[in-house]
Design a protein around this ligand. Structure first.
Ligand SMILES: Nc1ncnc2c1ncn2[C@@H]1O[C@H](COP(=O)(O)OP(=O)(O)OP(=O)(O)O)[C@@H](O)[C@H]1O
Ligand SMILES: [Mg+2]
Length: 142
């Protein structure tokens, strides 16, 4: 388990941009943590590493948004509205895993549909400082 602290939205995006350099096709990253804890900001940072700044869209009822840079597909899921992994299978969710890099907000909801190896990132707010986040990274299955 790796633990990091960020002190602003910008720091989280910068951290995510750096983290993204290690990502490759087939990687699955799940992002967990309360509403407003920074999951989408992290995804924004990841996208910026691929030259996809300011491209992020978060339509309320879209489960997956697709991005493409050169030969790399990036799939940004938000599975908050899914009940369980059965609903994820129903939308063909696991077919995305091999096709690109998957970033899945609230991914713990579909944890039993995930591949054996995935990266789990948890975001924790801080009661004293509204701009502080604790970020824990766990390489599951390694
Ligand atoms: N250190 C920090 N890192 C990330 N975001 C921060 C930080 N400090 C403050 N914020 C603020 O917290 C909010 C995080 O919003 P974000 O949409 O990323 O949350 P989320 O975890 O995706 O929520 P949801 O579960 O609703 O999708 C933003 O308003 C951002 O400006
Ligand atoms: Mg979000």
């Amino acid at each position: 388990m790796e633990k990091y602290i960020t002190n602003s939205e910008e720091e989280t995006k910068e951290f995510a941009k750096e983290f993204a350099k290690k990502l490759k096709i087939g990687d699955v990253v799940i992002l967990s943590g309360d509403l407003g804890s920074g999951k989408t900001k992290f995804v924004e940072g990841v996208l910026s590493n691929f030259g996809l700044e300011n491209e992020i869209s978060s339509p309320t009822f879209t489960i997956v948004n697709e991005y493409k840079k050169d030969d790399i597909n990036i799939y940004h899921f938000d599975v908050y509205r899914l009940e369980d992994s059965d609903e994820f299978y129903a939308i063909g969710g696991e077919e995305y895993f091999e096709k690109g890099i998957c970033l899945i907000e609230w991914g713990e909801i579909i944890e039993d549909a995930l591949p054996n190896k995935y990266i789990k990132i948890n975001f924790k707010r801080n009661i004293e400082d509204d701009n502080k986040r604790e970020i824990n990274i766990d390489y599951v299955g390694e």
